[in-house]
Design a protein around this ligand. Sequence first.
Ligand code: GLN
Length: 192
Amino acid sequence: MNRRVGILALQGDFSEHLAAFKGLNCHAVPVKHPAEVRACDALVIPGGESTTIGKLCQRFGLDEAIVELSERDAPIWGTCAGMILLAKEIEASEQWRLGLMDITVQRNAFGRQVDSFEADLAIEGVTSGPVRAVFIRAPVVTEVRADARVLARFDDKIVMVRQGNLLATAFHPELTDDRRVQQYFLNMINSS
Ligand code: GLN
């Protein structure tokens, strides 16, 4: 059963996501048109610049196609900017978002001094030790509501959340060699 995993290829680090999933022998494809999104069994929204990705989503009519995918209960994983776009609430921002997850996020939450850093995270549901996580101008989740569940924190900050078949990470698993978070997402796909 090799499901089709779409990687939203509008802006940001989609090629790293593609390479990571292809390395796991997945049928991963770049998508940028609504029909391509609709033909997928799952979708990854990469890191990049959330306002830019949001504008392009609207311009290409991808907003409706992605919402439809989530209504079909297809797994969707947002990393960093992708997490921002999945959130219903973005602190102090009116920017466009998909608004699918019952979470509030704060953009660029680690401030300028620590623009980028790495940390070891214990992730619920990921075994065999901590995962090295790369944060780049990362957001954090400041509130989870409804059935959204926290899967990982860095210090006291929430950096990974799951709500049903929606997954959000503030960090970038595609930028390391560890594929356990991709495997976690593939398990979501295989059990959906
Ligand atoms: N700071 C970016 C934003 O707000 C996200 C950074 C990233 O995706 N690496 O869109």
